[in-house]
Design a protein around this ligand. Structure first.
Ligand SMILES: Nc1ncnc2c1ncn2[C@@H]1O[C@H](COP(=O)(O)OP(=O)(O)OP(=O)(O)O)[C@@H](O)[C@H]1O
Length: 230
Protein backbone atom coordinates (compact mmCIF):
# COMPACT_ATOMS: atom_id res chain seq x y z
CA UNK A 1 0.00 0.00 0.00
CA UNK A 2 1.47 3.39 -0.91
CA UNK A 3 2.06 6.07 1.67
CA UNK A 4 -0.21 9.10 1.83
CA UNK A 5 1.54 10.71 4.79
CA UNK A 6 5.06 10.16 5.96
CA UNK A 7 5.93 12.01 9.16
CA UNK A 8 9.53 12.13 10.36
CA UNK A 9 10.96 13.58 13.57
CA UNK A 10 8.06 15.98 13.96
CA UNK A 11 8.41 18.46 16.84
CA UNK A 12 6.19 21.35 17.83
CA UNK A 13 6.74 23.78 20.65
CA UNK A 14 4.97 26.96 21.66
CA UNK A 15 6.44 29.95 23.45
CA UNK A 16 4.19 31.38 26.12
CA UNK A 17 5.87 34.30 27.84
CA UNK A 18 9.29 33.19 29.01
CA UNK A 19 8.40 29.47 28.91
CA UNK A 20 8.57 27.09 25.96
CA UNK A 21 6.07 24.23 25.90
CA UNK A 22 7.21 21.22 23.93
CA UNK A 23 4.02 19.60 22.67
CA UNK A 24 5.27 17.14 20.02
CA UNK A 25 8.70 15.68 20.71
CA UNK A 26 9.67 13.63 17.66
CA UNK A 27 6.74 11.93 15.94
CA UNK A 28 7.40 9.30 13.25
CA UNK A 29 4.26 8.07 11.52
CA UNK A 30 3.29 6.49 8.21
CA UNK A 31 -0.31 6.64 7.02
CA UNK A 32 -1.08 4.50 3.99
CA UNK A 33 -3.59 5.55 1.30
CA UNK A 34 -7.13 4.43 1.93
CA UNK A 35 -6.65 3.44 5.57
CA UNK A 36 -8.44 4.49 8.77
CA UNK A 37 -6.51 5.57 11.87
CA UNK A 38 -7.67 6.61 15.31
CA UNK A 39 -5.43 8.98 17.25
CA UNK A 40 -5.98 8.51 20.98
CA UNK A 41 -4.31 9.65 24.19
CA UNK A 42 -4.88 11.65 27.35
CA UNK A 43 -6.01 15.25 27.27
CA UNK A 44 -3.06 17.48 26.42
CA UNK A 45 -1.05 14.66 24.79
CA UNK A 46 -0.83 16.65 21.53
CA UNK A 47 -3.47 14.95 19.37
CA UNK A 48 -5.08 18.12 18.01
CA UNK A 49 -1.68 19.71 17.49
CA UNK A 50 -0.58 16.72 15.39
CA UNK A 51 -3.85 16.65 13.44
CA UNK A 52 -3.56 20.36 12.65
CA UNK A 53 -0.03 19.89 11.33
CA UNK A 54 -1.10 16.86 9.23
CA UNK A 55 -3.77 19.09 7.70
CA UNK A 56 -1.31 21.96 7.14
CA UNK A 57 -3.27 24.27 9.45
CA UNK A 58 -0.08 24.81 11.42
CA UNK A 59 3.63 24.41 10.70
CA UNK A 60 5.92 22.16 12.78
CA UNK A 61 8.91 23.58 14.70
CA UNK A 62 11.10 20.88 13.12
CA UNK A 63 10.78 17.58 11.30
CA UNK A 64 8.93 16.89 8.07
CA UNK A 65 5.61 15.75 6.64
CA UNK A 66 5.55 14.28 3.17
CA UNK A 67 2.19 14.10 1.40
CA UNK A 68 2.30 11.60 -1.49
CA UNK A 69 6.08 12.00 -1.45
CA UNK A 70 6.16 15.79 -1.56
CA UNK A 71 7.47 17.89 1.36
CA UNK A 72 4.41 19.74 2.67
CA UNK A 73 6.14 22.48 4.60
CA UNK A 74 8.53 23.43 1.81
CA UNK A 75 5.44 25.15 0.36
CA UNK A 76 4.47 28.80 0.84
CA UNK A 77 1.44 29.74 2.99
CA UNK A 78 -0.51 30.44 -0.20
CA UNK A 79 0.36 27.00 -1.60
CA UNK A 80 -0.62 25.39 1.70
CA UNK A 81 -4.00 27.15 1.62
CA UNK A 82 -4.63 25.79 -1.90
CA UNK A 83 -3.48 22.35 -0.77
CA UNK A 84 -5.88 22.40 2.20
CA UNK A 85 -8.88 23.40 0.16
CA UNK A 86 -8.41 20.69 -2.47
CA UNK A 87 -6.77 17.78 -0.63
CA UNK A 88 -7.98 17.89 2.98
CA UNK A 89 -11.40 17.67 4.56
CA UNK A 90 -11.76 18.76 8.19
CA UNK A 91 -14.45 17.91 10.71
CA UNK A 92 -14.24 19.47 14.16
CA UNK A 93 -16.12 18.84 17.39
CA UNK A 94 -18.26 21.90 16.75
CA UNK A 95 -19.65 21.97 13.26
CA UNK A 96 -19.04 25.65 12.37
CA UNK A 97 -21.92 25.63 9.88
CA UNK A 98 -23.10 29.00 8.62
CA UNK A 99 -26.44 29.60 10.37
CA UNK A 100 -28.08 31.65 7.62
CA UNK A 101 -27.53 29.04 4.90
CA UNK A 102 -29.38 25.76 4.33
CA UNK A 103 -27.75 22.35 4.78
CA UNK A 104 -27.35 22.07 1.00
CA UNK A 105 -25.78 25.53 0.69
CA UNK A 106 -23.39 24.85 3.59
CA UNK A 107 -22.18 21.67 1.90
CA UNK A 108 -21.85 23.39 -1.49
CA UNK A 109 -19.85 26.29 -0.03
CA UNK A 110 -16.28 24.92 -0.39
CA UNK A 111 -17.01 23.90 -3.99
CA UNK A 112 -18.46 27.32 -4.82
CA UNK A 113 -15.45 29.06 -3.25
CA UNK A 114 -13.22 26.86 -5.44
CA UNK A 115 -15.32 28.02 -8.45
CA UNK A 116 -16.82 24.63 -9.21
CA UNK A 117 -19.81 24.86 -11.56
CA UNK A 118 -22.87 25.58 -9.38
CA UNK A 119 -25.03 22.76 -10.76
CA UNK A 120 -22.22 20.26 -10.33
CA UNK A 121 -21.58 21.47 -6.75
CA UNK A 122 -25.29 21.19 -5.96
CA UNK A 123 -25.50 17.68 -7.37
CA UNK A 124 -22.49 16.51 -5.37
CA UNK A 125 -23.71 18.17 -2.15
CA UNK A 126 -27.19 16.64 -2.48
CA UNK A 127 -25.68 13.21 -3.19
CA UNK A 128 -23.50 13.39 -0.05
CA UNK A 129 -26.36 14.56 2.16
CA UNK A 130 -28.50 11.75 0.76
CA UNK A 131 -25.79 9.20 1.60
CA UNK A 132 -25.59 10.59 5.12
CA UNK A 133 -29.33 10.10 5.56
CA UNK A 134 -30.24 13.78 5.22
CA UNK A 135 -31.98 13.74 1.84
CA UNK A 136 -35.08 15.09 3.59
CA UNK A 137 -33.21 17.96 5.27
CA UNK A 138 -31.61 19.76 2.30
CA UNK A 139 -33.35 23.10 2.82
CA UNK A 140 -33.21 23.12 6.62
CA UNK A 141 -30.94 25.65 8.29
CA UNK A 142 -28.48 24.45 11.00
CA UNK A 143 -30.73 25.81 13.77
CA UNK A 144 -33.52 23.54 12.51
CA UNK A 145 -31.36 20.39 12.71
CA UNK A 146 -30.39 18.14 15.63
CA UNK A 147 -26.77 18.04 16.84
CA UNK A 148 -26.18 14.74 15.05
CA UNK A 149 -27.73 16.06 11.82
CA UNK A 150 -25.59 19.21 12.01
CA UNK A 151 -22.48 17.07 12.34
CA UNK A 152 -23.51 14.97 9.33
CA UNK A 153 -23.82 18.19 7.32
CA UNK A 154 -20.30 19.13 8.46
CA UNK A 155 -19.06 15.72 7.28
CA UNK A 156 -20.72 16.18 3.88
CA UNK A 157 -19.14 19.64 3.62
CA UNK A 158 -15.70 18.14 4.39
CA UNK A 159 -16.15 15.61 1.58
CA UNK A 160 -17.61 17.81 -1.15
CA UNK A 161 -14.21 18.58 -2.72
CA UNK A 162 -13.39 14.85 -2.78
CA UNK A 163 -10.22 15.31 -0.71
CA UNK A 164 -7.59 12.59 -0.37
CA UNK A 165 -7.54 12.90 3.42
CA UNK A 166 -10.31 13.43 5.97
CA UNK A 167 -9.16 14.69 9.38
CA UNK A 168 -11.71 14.60 12.18
CA UNK A 169 -11.05 16.06 15.63
CA UNK A 170 -13.52 14.60 18.15
CA UNK A 171 -16.31 14.75 15.54
CA UNK A 172 -18.83 13.21 17.92
CA UNK A 173 -17.38 14.64 21.14
CA UNK A 174 -20.54 16.50 22.13
CA UNK A 175 -23.06 13.87 21.01
CA UNK A 176 -24.62 10.95 22.88
CA UNK A 177 -23.23 7.45 22.40
CA UNK A 178 -26.01 6.20 20.12
CA UNK A 179 -25.72 9.20 17.78
CA UNK A 180 -21.89 8.95 17.89
CA UNK A 181 -22.01 5.30 16.85
CA UNK A 182 -24.42 6.06 14.02
CA UNK A 183 -22.16 8.85 12.74
CA UNK A 184 -19.07 6.65 12.99
CA UNK A 185 -20.99 4.00 11.04
CA UNK A 186 -21.78 6.53 8.30
CA UNK A 187 -18.16 7.71 8.23
CA UNK A 188 -16.89 4.14 7.88
CA UNK A 189 -19.38 3.40 5.10
CA UNK A 190 -18.41 6.54 3.18
CA UNK A 191 -14.73 5.80 3.74
CA UNK A 192 -15.11 2.33 2.27
CA UNK A 193 -17.12 3.63 -0.65
CA UNK A 194 -14.74 6.46 -1.56
CA UNK A 195 -11.41 4.97 -0.42
CA UNK A 196 -10.56 8.25 1.32
CA UNK A 197 -7.87 8.11 4.02
CA UNK A 198 -9.31 8.88 7.45
CA UNK A 199 -7.50 10.05 10.60
CA UNK A 200 -9.76 10.65 13.55
CA UNK A 201 -8.99 11.97 17.06
CA UNK A 202 -11.25 10.47 19.67
CA UNK A 203 -11.38 9.93 23.42
CA UNK A 204 -13.77 7.08 22.90
CA UNK A 205 -11.87 3.77 22.92
CA UNK A 206 -14.86 1.85 21.55
CA UNK A 207 -15.16 4.12 18.53
CA UNK A 208 -11.36 4.08 18.10
CA UNK A 209 -11.42 0.28 17.99
CA UNK A 210 -13.60 0.51 14.86
CA UNK A 211 -10.65 2.00 12.93
CA UNK A 212 -8.04 -0.21 11.24
CA UNK A 213 -5.26 1.21 13.38
CA UNK A 214 -5.09 2.90 16.78
CA UNK A 215 -2.15 5.27 17.33
CA UNK A 216 -1.63 6.23 20.96
CA UNK A 217 0.00 9.55 21.83
CA UNK A 218 1.50 10.17 25.26
CA UNK A 219 3.41 13.26 26.28
CA UNK A 220 4.17 14.28 22.69
CA UNK A 221 5.36 10.88 21.49
CA UNK A 222 3.74 7.83 19.89
CA UNK A 223 3.62 4.90 22.25
CA UNK A 224 4.94 1.64 20.80
CA UNK A 225 2.14 -0.76 19.83
CA UNK A 226 1.50 -3.42 22.43
CA UNK A 227 2.15 -6.83 20.83
CA UNK A 228 -0.93 -9.06 20.74
CA UNK A 229 -0.87 -12.01 23.14
CA UNK A 230 -0.86 -15.20 21.02
N1 LIG B 1 -1.26 27.81 20.57
C1 LIG B 1 -0.80 27.25 21.68
N2 LIG B 1 0.00 27.93 22.52
C2 LIG B 1 0.50 27.35 23.64
N3 LIG B 1 0.25 26.08 24.01
C3 LIG B 1 -0.54 25.34 23.22
C4 LIG B 1 -1.11 25.88 22.01
N4 LIG B 1 -1.85 24.91 21.43
C5 LIG B 1 -1.76 23.83 22.23
N5 LIG B 1 -0.98 24.10 23.29
C6 LIG B 1 -0.65 23.15 24.39
O1 LIG B 1 -0.25 21.95 23.81
C7 LIG B 1 -0.68 20.83 24.58
C8 LIG B 1 -1.37 19.82 23.67
O2 LIG B 1 -2.57 20.38 23.18
P1 LIG B 1 -3.51 19.55 22.18
O3 LIG B 1 -4.75 20.38 21.98
O4 LIG B 1 -2.76 19.14 20.98
O5 LIG B 1 -3.84 18.26 23.06
P2 LIG B 1 -4.92 17.12 22.86
O6 LIG B 1 -4.22 15.82 23.04
O7 LIG B 1 -5.64 17.32 21.56
O8 LIG B 1 -5.89 17.41 24.07
P3 LIG B 1 -7.48 17.26 24.22
O9 LIG B 1 -7.75 15.78 24.18
O10 LIG B 1 -7.75 17.84 25.58
O11 LIG B 1 -8.13 18.04 23.12
C9 LIG B 1 -1.58 21.38 25.67
O12 LIG B 1 -0.85 21.38 26.88
C10 LIG B 1 -1.88 22.78 25.22
O13 LIG B 1 -2.01 23.67 26.30
Amino acid sequence: MSSLLSVKGLCKSYRTGAATVEVLKGIDLEVAEGTTTALVGASGAGKSTLLHILGALDRPSSGSVQFRGSDLFARSDRELADFRSTSIGFVFQFHHLLPEFTALENVMMPALIARTDRRQAERKAAELLEELGLGHRLVHRPGELSGGEQQRVAIARALVMEPALLLADEPTGNLDMKTSEAIHGSLSRLQQKTGITLVIVTHNERLAAGMERVVRLADGLIEPAVPEVP
